[in-house]
Design a protein around this ligand. Sequence first.
Ligand SMILES: [Ca+2]
Length: 313
Amino acid sequence: MNRILLFLAASVLAVFAFTAGVAPRHPAVGMAAEWVGSDLTGKTPGPGRIDVPELRAGDRAPAALKFDGAMSPVPGGTFVMGDDEGDANEIPKLATVKPFLLMRLEVTNRQFSTFVAATGHRTDAAKSGGGYVWDQTWRLVPGADWRHPNGIASSIVDKSNHPVVQVSAQDAAAFCAWYGLRLPSEAEWEFAARGAERRRYPWGRSPPGSQTQRQANFGTTECCSPDATDGYWRTAPVGAFPLGASPFGILDMAGNVWEWTSSRFPERPQLMVLRGGGWGNDPYCLRTAYRHGNEPDIGLDMVGFRCAADPKP
Ligand SMILES: [Ca+2]
């Protein structure tokens, strides 16, 4: 009898340990395991699929099409990564990053459009026939892609300066590679967001304010609906919240859209880490240490990216 109880207790603990590492305390963008995978593609992406399979060595933008966005220098350094008041996977640890560059703003629809026009790149959402749309839960919507973020009837007209969404980690990596750039690692991303000062949010310790402080485009204070009291229901133009700048002057590191990184989720290597929170999240998910994970070949209407680069020698 005792053995059975012990086994049951161990099983419960094992299940808890497995989920505690990945399940957000707030089901803000949902948990990948609950809604991705077979319902979209019928397959589970394996490690290595982030390696930009569609671009070959030498496939690079010609000089005339050099990336036109601003890159902010980040000096590198050693910092405390994590948050002892956050999720179980945020246990603080020392991390060191080398000097690098990071886009000051998220990649926009206009910039992604230039890339698609030059390369003919087809996004994963376009190839699979749909993308995920946040509506209190994630729904797979046929026809949703980067030109139609919320479905076939939606468009990006008048949103050329908004962050591109419905791009997968693979699409993001392909964009960066075309310009000789790369996705940031999550350690680089977190350092660029908070510096060595252990800021809980890019601007400091306090959660974002909506109407007066205007530090970020986010959702309702209680999980998990879009909210327009900061001026925007869903995406906002990039750089619309200068009061939310990180120590290195980088904008929208909290809110607007989640951003893909090149790092795999701890203990769930089939998922890529996203950072920063989005327009439908509460302040908890906008913290600089918060991580979320998704499979690398799906698009979502609250997820975009920005690129990093190594400094020229
Ligand atoms: Ca908002």
